[in-house]
Design a protein around this ligand. Structure first.
Ligand SMILES: [Zn+2]
Length: 100
């Protein structure tokens, strides 16, 4: 028994690839492994490195921060209106300031 390094599935000792997730490992046949090995290694860094991290630049972080601030402000407003409503209600009901 050996385990898939990618998903952890149990596999027979002579397995060249994981039957669960399809990951390949330790193939003894170089002719078979090379074309399979080059494709994912070439695609993954090109897709992850230049596109996503560079697009998530300063402007995106600023936008995210602004959105979070807007959400916080919305919550504060909601609380403020609730407090104003409760205060008004208490003033009308109990008139603690002696207003007529
Ligand atoms: Zn697997």
């Amino acid at each position: 028994m050996k385990y898939c390094p990618n998903c952890g599935a149990q596999l027979p000792d002579n397995a060249n690839f994981c039957s669960v997730c399809g990951a390949r490992f330790g193939a003894p046949q170089p002719n078979y492994q090379q074309p399979q090995y080059q494709q994912p290694q070439y695609q993954q860094p090109q897709y992850q490195q230049p596109q996503q991290p560079q697009k998530m630049t300063y402007m995106d972080r600023v936008r995210q921060a602004r959105q979070e601030q807007k959400q916080k402000k919305g919550q504060i407003k909601w609380w403020m209106w609730a407090l104003i409503g409760i205060g008004t209600y208490l003033l009308i009901q109990f008139n603690p300031l002696g207003l007529s």
